[in-house]
Every structure is written in structure tokens, then in C-alpha cells.
Write a protein that binds this ligand. Sequence first.
Ligand code: Q9C
Ligand code: ZN
Length: 370
Amino acid sequence: MRVVYSPAHLAHDTVTETVMGAVIPANEVPERAERIRSTLEADGGFAFGVPTEHGTKPILAIHDAGLLRFLEEAWPAARAQSIDRPNLIADTYPTFRMFEGMSPEFLASRPETSFAAGRAGWWGLDTANPLLAGTYAAARAAVDVALTTADLVLGGEGAAYGLCRPPGHHAARSMAGGYCFLNNAAIAAEAIVRATGERVAILDVDYHHGNGTQQIFWRRGDVLYVSLHADPERQYPFFLGRADETGEGEGSGANLNIPLPAGTGDVAYLEALDRGLAAIAETPGDVIVVSLGFDTYGHDPIGDFALTTPVYHECGRRTAALGRRLVILQEGGYHRPSLGANARAWLRGSEGRPYEPLPAGGFGELGSDR
Ligand code: Q9C
Ligand code: ZN
């Protein structure tokens, strides 16, 4: 399988994040992508390539120009305003309640403010999108990775994998959040729709609901969004991801959320996956964009599912069994020692290659027997 990877992600070198106000070591770190890269390289069955530059046009087909401008300007602006910190994280966000009773027209006329910390709140959902010197270049490179992966599939590959970092599915049209800045999968899906004129399905198997992807395609009938995720009753992003969110207007019925309980294991997960795959099979189209997360793994530090490494192989196999072409893009997954093994298992399954567990201690696989 062809793999697209860019070292630009290394400069988005996050160090800390906060959980309910407490500072903890960052979960979304460069080591994640490096673990996957080295395991796939050691496997020998993956051919690595670099992304080609696609410019801003495909990004602006999905995102507000103001968000992109903010991401580009934020770090230099923070420096110019003498915000002397290793990274910029907002602490004030314009929740819709701030504007209660004010008209949409009035709201649309509000300026984003010029102070860097205020702008970060204006364009952000939460504190989990730290801006650093290398963040903008990394986010742009992740988009190029996604678009190059889509190009490979449009060019005839049955499946290709984009090792995107930072991830993308929490980023909405005008909002970054949840470790995400630009929505790699949504940008790729839109590019495929425009190139083929056909419907595209997005299968989101990250542990978290992809609120950004749902928002972007909410009123669109040409992009089906199917997501398996932790029930937002107990998990981020809390305010979207429920089963009764099915799309509106042209997009009515083109959004399927499958929220799952804590402790979800291999058997229940495969049942839910089959439901999602059945919905995709009912919708015309030849390409599936997979938002692939491994925070569903049993040892993930921020998840509460109980999946094992071998089940990722079966998930890849069942997804490929739909007979559609696959643009597979990396999203989350934070148990670093297992990331390579889990990605390798999923991708091998999707190619019809046998699971063949890594030798114990081989490439850091843990829990293959769980
Ligand atoms: N600091 C993805 O998996 N909440 N994003 C973290 C703890 C945000 C996860 C709170 C989790 C975002 C792509
Ligand atoms: Zn996630």
C-alpha cells in the first residue's frame, strides 16, 4: 500500500495540555506519527511517498478564510504582542449564550478582535489546540498529505493511507479544536466529490465524534457521514454526536451517528461497524474516506473502549469488503506503544494481507492477546 507522510508534523511539537484546568503532558505528540511510520516501514509492505503541495484552494472550499488567516498569523502575532509562552492556548471562547437574543446579522458583524489570545478563542472550540511556531506548516502539510492520498486513489490505487498529523475531524468550517486545525478528511472528501461528481462516504472510526466533519457536511446530500464513537453524554465533544443528529435539508438522512458505551469491546464494536458499513453500502458512490483513530484501543489514555490489536485487522477487512476504494487518513490514538501495531493491523486487513502479529517486543505492540 502507498503511504503519504510529511516530516513537517515534527515542528508541531506540543508539550502540555490541560484536563479540567490541570496541566498534563500532551497526548497529541510527534511520537505518535513516528511510531506508525517506523512500524509500517519495518513491515516492508508499505511504499512511502511525500505529499505534493495543493495550495489553499481546496482548503477554502471547506474552511472560512478567516480561520486559515488566523492559523497563519497567530504565532507571529502572539510573539509580536509579547505573549511569551511556548504555545498559545485560548482561555475565553464566544459561546453562543454570550449572544443570546442578538440577531444573526448583528452576530455576523462582530469583529474577531485583534489580540492573539482573543482570536484564538474566536476561532477555537476548546483548549486542546495549542498553537506553536510549527503548527501552521504542520496543519498545511497534513492537508497536503490527505489530498495526495486522495490523488493516489483517484489515480487508480484501490486504497492508500495518509499519515496525517495534526488530525482533523474536530475542525469545523470556522473552528479549530480537539487537537485539530484543518479538517483533512473533509477537505479530501470535497476534492473527491469535485473530481468525480460522485457521492463520497466518510467512515469515522476515531473514538471521538467528528463534530467538525458532521458540521461541514450537515446540509449536504453528496457526502455521507457515518461515525462510531463514545457517547457524548460522557465524552468530548459533549455537544454533538447523538444518534438523533441525522442532517438537515439536502443532507437529511446523510448523517449517521452511532454512540457507544464505555467498555465497548471487539464484538460490540464489530456489530456497530457492520451497521455503519451497511449504511454506506446503501448509498451510491465508489470512494470511502476513512477517518482512522486508535483511541478506541483498550489501553488508550483518554478513551474508555476495550478494542484489541487483532480487531483492527478485522475492521480493515470488513471495510474493504464493501468493494469501494479507500482513502485512509489518520486521526487520533494516544497509546503510543501500540499505535504502529494497530495501524499496521488495520491497513493489512484492508489489503487482504494476513494479520501476522508482530513478534513480542518487536515494534512495541502491546495487548495483541487482549
Ligand atoms: N486535555 C482526537 O482524537 N479533549 N481528538 C482533551 C484533555 C479533546 C481528541 C481533553 C480530545 C480531542 C483527534
Ligand atoms: Zn479521537
